[in-house]
Design a protein around this ligand. Structure first.
Ligand code: ATP
Ligand code: LTN
Length: 332
């Protein structure tokens, strides 16, 4: 029997999940469950590159697992786990850090952005973060890494590190491809259509657990544009707010831009904005209800992450053992 291709991705439990995370990443994961062997994790080790409240981190990690399941990731078909439960991530991270150059890490835009935001805590972990991410990925030998557009650079550095290692030791790592959705790759903030939707600007960010009235209000206040034509037309450059709403609508309904333009022809933003809000509310309603139900079932969630760590470890340690052997560590 032909083996299924492998997919792997993770999200940091550093905040509550939002529509950008869902459309850019998780939806894309859930849509492909049957065709791939899938590994999805909570990247808790990555979150401590910036200070976290320990109780909040624990709660959000478990809540994120509940949300993954509620978004359609069946734990029987997918391996769902917590990064820190599989020590091979940190172990491979050390090895790979010796095959990663200072210069290439200095060019990472996420490092530059976060260093700017957290000037009082520019720690070594923030700088070497892409190495841990490369380890997260390469341990599982995935074919594809489904992420939003902003993570593409990290998948590219992962490929460079893997190729460098392979060029010394032979074909140890599979070279993974980023897998970026057509609609939803980059969702912008509803109040800031020039920057990505982010939990740090909550008024323009739709959280998966927001109540329907809150979502409706956020969409009503979405920034469109002040041009006189006020028609629903896709023009990313001149009408970024409208283009963003069209991207969201397209991602949740599956309609093309042309179909959306036709549907709202002559109707104006007063009709369009609430319609997008309504479509998002209906998409998120079952996810919200199921997440809230699952959060209460601690025993079930515990059984999921335990089983996940076990399955993930099996695959991860196969790769780590090979790497240790290649570099010349004595087997225990
Ligand atoms: P922050 O809100 O602080 O910028 P984040 O929500 O982006 O953080 P990440 O862990 O960086 O959290 O993102 C998790 C996944 O969601 C990644 O695959 C990322 O590419 C995707 N993603 C995040 N924000 C967006 C967005 N606005 N549009 C599309 N995809 C996104
Ligand atoms: N860096 C990612 C989260 C992340 C990830 C990964 C994504 C950590 N390890 C491995 C894909 C594969 C982020 O900040 N969104």
């Amino acid at each position: 029997m032909e083996e299924k291709k492998v997919m792997l991705s993770g999200i940091q439990p550093s905040g509550d999940l939002h529509l950008g995370n869902y459309l850019g990443a998780i939806k894309n994961w859930a849509d492909r469950v049957d065709d791939f062997d899938c590994y999805y994790f909570m990247a808790d080790q990555h979150t401590i590159t910036v200070r976290q409240n320990p109780a909040d981190l624990r709660r959000r990690t478990i809540q994120q697992l509940a949300a993954y399941i509620a978004c359609g990731l069946d734990p029987e078909k997918n391996t769902l786990f917590i990064q820190s439960h599989v020590p091979a991530h940190a172990q491979l991270g050390w090895v790979l850090s010796c095959y990663t150059m200072f210069g290439e890490l200095s060019r990472m835009t996420q490092f530059k952005d976060k260093a700017e935001k957290h000037k009082d805590n520019i720690n070594a972990g923030l700088f070497t973060y892409p190495v841990l991410m490369a380890a997260d990925i390469l341990l599982y030998q995935p074919d594809f890494v489904p992420v939003g557009e902003d993570q593409k650079q990290h998948v590219e550095i992962t490929r460079d590190i893997a190729k460098r290692f392979n060029s010394v030791y032979g074909e140890v790592f599979k070279i993974p491809e980023p897998f970026i959705p057509r609609a939803g790759a980059r969702i912008y903030g509803l109040t800031t259509p020039d920057g990505k939707m982010s939990k740090s600007i909550p008024e323009g960010c739709v959280f998966l657990l927001d109540e329907p009235e809150v979502i409706a209000r956020k969409f009503k206040k979405a920034v469109t544009d002040s041009d006189r034509e006020r028609c629903v037309r896709y023009d990313r450059e001149n009408k970024p707010g409208v283009a963003n709403l069209m991207d969201i609508y397209s991602a949740v309904t599956g309609c093309s831009y042309e179909e959306i333009e036709r549907e709202f022809d002559g109707k104006g933003y007063g009709v369009f904005k609430p319609a997008v809000g309504e479509a998002v509310i209906e998409t998120l309603r079952p996810i919200r209800e199921e997440t809230l139900r699952l959060i209460k079932d601690k025993a079930y969630l515990e059984s999921v992450y335990r089983q996940g760590a076990e399955r993930a470890s099996k695959r991860a340690y196969k790769t780590l053992n090979k790497v240790y052997k290649k570099v010349g560590f004595v087997a225990r």
